[in-house]
Design a protein around this ligand. Structure first.
Ligand code: THU
Length: 141
């Protein structure tokens, strides 16, 4: 494992410990390394009105946009998830978060690190997780 990947995963684990997930008991943390080099943090924030909950990746992306504005781009992302007892769960970003990552990934490409079955930590490229991503046609002509 490279140092950069290791450190992003370590940050995602710290974020996971701050999740507000009293309903699902699934605690998720996300660490986004911006093109600027700064790492932004997020965790899931659930709500008693269930659809209002935010994913960890969404929270980290919002933190990056808040800090850097339109310059913000995602160079790398790590996710971590546990159950309410702290046991690690397999968790790659959900479909909605894949689309959110696509929107701001450097050149539409980014490596995503996440815990998978059997205690393995996997790394996948965004286009493996979200082939044929949706994008709007150019409106500039
Ligand atoms: N969750 C995330 O934070 N990220 C994902 O990519 C998938 C799901 C959260 C949402 C909810 O709080 C909990 O995991 C269970 O779905």
């Amino acid at each position: 494992m490279t140092d950069a990947r290791e450190s992003l995963i370590a940050t995602a684990r710290e974020c996971c410990a701050r999740a507000h997930a009293p309903y699902s008991g699934i605690h998720v943390g996300a660490a986004v390394r911006a093109a600027s080099g700064v790492v932004y943090r997020g965790n899931n924030v659930e709500n008693a009105a269930y659809p209002l909950g935010n994913c960890a990746e969404t929270s980290a992306i919002a933190a990056g946009v808040q800090a850097e504005g339109t310059a913000f781009r995602i160079a790398g992302i790590a996710v971590w998830a546990t159950d309410r007892n702290g046991a690690v769960l397999a968790a790659s970003p959900c479909g909605g978060c894949r689309q959110r990552i696509h929107e701001l990934a450097v050149d539409g490409r980014v490596q995503i690190h996440f815990p998978w079955q059997g205690g393995e930590v996997r790394t996948a490229a965004l286009d493996e997780l979200l082939p044929y991503a949706f994008f709007l046609p150019s409106t500039s002509s």
